[in-house]
Design a protein around this ligand. Sequence first.
Ligand code: HEM
Length: 507
Amino acid sequence: MKAQLVANVCLLILWLGSSGHSAWALLLFLASFLPAVYSACRVPGGFAWRRAAAPAAGPAGWPLLGSIPIMGALAHRRLAELAQSYGASRLMALSLGTTRVIISSHPETAREILCGPAFTDRPAKESARLLMFERAIGFSPAGDYWRHLRRVAATNMFCPRRIAGLEGLRQRVAGGMIEGVREEMERRGVVELRGVLQRGSLESVLGSVFGESLGREREEELVEMVKEGYHLIGVFNWEDHFPLGGLLDFHGVGSRCKKLAEKVRRLVGELIEERRTNGAPPGDDFLSVLLALPKEESLSDYDITAVLWEMIFRGTDVVAIVLEWVMARMAVHPEVQAKVQEEIAGCLAGASRSVRDVDMPSLPYLQAVVKEVLRLHPPGPLLSWSRLAVHDVHVGKTFVPAGTTAMVNMWAITHDGSIWKDPLTFRPERFLEEAVPVMGTDLRLAPFGAGRRVCPGRALGLATVNLWLARLLQHYSWSPGRPVVFAEQLRLSMEMKKPLACRAVPR
Ligand code: HEM
């Protein structure tokens, strides 16, 4: 190292001394640093671990970039392969630019990360911060404010009574989707379910948040805002890993986020004002709940806007994405589809009514189908948003310094042959043979995360998926409208790369 420094200094002197500061001497001087940069990048785990020795094996990746080039549409698969090849399923170290990362592909270390007291923050991307999510549940640091929001969400927004209260809305939306499928079948002879499911999800989320229709114009405006928000959160921003005051923000993410946040504040602000003037519609929507909080718990209008915006944002895509995967499985596994339909018929025992939430305990096979889809196609294969160590911590016996980002590769866990028999086979029966909870207590299958930052909307999300699946299978028999491709695309969530097209025949 010393010899390297002496050589650099000699070259600098040579350059300064050369007449007219020759460009060659300058190039030589700069190039003399390459070996040092290269060796800093070749440490296990890569560049970001050059000072703190990496706590586990892991890829050095590219010079300076580390593993950024593999964080694309199939990052979960590439990371699983790497963990295997390094023998680092329990913990692997890697670098994303200057960000130090550890990743678990094992239920035990996943539990320590998700449920322990150290990884309670999330690393806030620039876009998340500018889109106000730091004042909402997902990205606010784990302090009093975040605990307050979680309490409000658990006791007022996602408690069993409220979820039951929202059933009427979810049933109405299901009716609308069934009608939408009929119309599309009549028009085109085939139905692209993604559009139907996305419209249904948005209507359901807006209904639970605002309790009433906002009118076509405002709803369309919100759809555009959510789309733009997904794009901005999903787009790779170099600034997140090489913060240089905006210099590397090639896509203008910062300024676009500011504009979008402005629009959200204007629209939701208007809705809050109207609600104060006109009073609440019947039923307890989230906005009424937040406005009615007792004085000592009340939130500012800015914070209410941030929380509601996050609910709309998080609640809209993921339910539609899960259902598209489920329906793809139903279309290509007619025997499983028929078994669910038989189960529904048995549960209704000849009554000509729609399936309801209360029927779910009598539909264990349907629930097993949903679990098997969450296992094979977890919508957040890397649990969507990572965690951040707020203090030094040991994961197992391994020391992890404060400020390290931690990810859990849930996809790797749910596809691990040492945990699941025939992991690539779609076989819902496995969940009838062994009860495996999905709400975050069993880390072999935790699609909603676990621990203190577990998804607060999981019960509502799951109730919605179960009910809509039951209604869609009750009314139609489904078959592929064109070949079903199970290729994945990881954006904010993991979607089907090729939208599913089905033929739906009324039953
Ligand atoms: C099938 C549906 C859903 C899936 C698979 C899902 C998945 C997830 C996952 C994996 C996390 C990260 C958990 C962790 O770090 O341990 C999360 C967090 C979160 N989810 Fe969900 N989610 C779903 C539905 C919903 C719904 C319907 C809402 C709200 C309307 C919602 C709101 C949130 C929020 C606010 C967080 C952040 C929690 C925090 O940081 O404290 N999710 N979700």
